[in-house]
Design a protein around this ligand. Sequence first.
Ligand code: PAF
Length: 280
Amino acid sequence: MRIIESVSGMQSAADGFRASGRSIGLVPTMGYLHEGHLELMRTAAQQSDVVVASIFVNPTQFGPGEDLEQYPRDFDGDVQKAGKAGVDVIFSPSGEEMYPKGFQTKVRVERVTKHLCGIFRPVHFEGVTTVVCKLFNCVKPDLAVFGEKDFQQLVVIERMTVDLNMNIRIVGVPVQREPDGLAMSSRNSYLIGQERHSALCLFKSLQLAKRLYSRGERNARTIRDAVIDLIASHPFTSVDYVTLCDPVSLEDVEVLERKTLLALAVNVGRTRLIDNCILG
Ligand code: PAF
């Protein structure tokens, strides 16, 4: 396994892989790897000749007062885990390497960033698309793998690659869950004491919504109200949003006539968690 820290080093390694006819799969991460990330890496390994995982806690996607400083880090542990999951290269640039003095360019996707998390985290997606675009230019991948837990991020990145003619295949991987159903996330490590139990309300509310749907309920408001009530019955929780929307445009739906995304963002104590499922 190679560890590359410079943009120029990554670009010339990528040129070498491509010149020898090998396809490149990229898994962008912010580190503190868990089984969810490792599944992305294994997926990349199945579908490409060389797997590059980036580890970069991207400051531009955190808003003021968010958890940039606190964000968990374990570089040595990450290297071990990534190696076992089939990663060939770790690209881990510094902040200065990615955003050198004078940096002033941003990539913004307009409409799909205005919904869901975009309402609560106004600078987040611009930071994500800017860094992912830069990672694409450094690693020059044929495909890039993202988790469906961050469903909106996946939609935004798919939109960006199409709109900017990037010619990179975007692969989504289903949410990986703990045995009790909690969606895997680096931020789960923030949950303390009883909060861990309360955090299960996200998974339980998705299951409730699926039950209502399978019994024939098609009114978005009825499903949403039931989900909000279930979350409210768990201590330490406050809802940012519970939204039923079109999985491509992310526009709200009132009646579930076709495939609908149910997406949630819930604060459990001071930890903000997201989860989602498709109904229909
Ligand atoms: O999903 C993440 O971990 C980040 O948003 C990403 C895609 C690595 C960009 O910093």
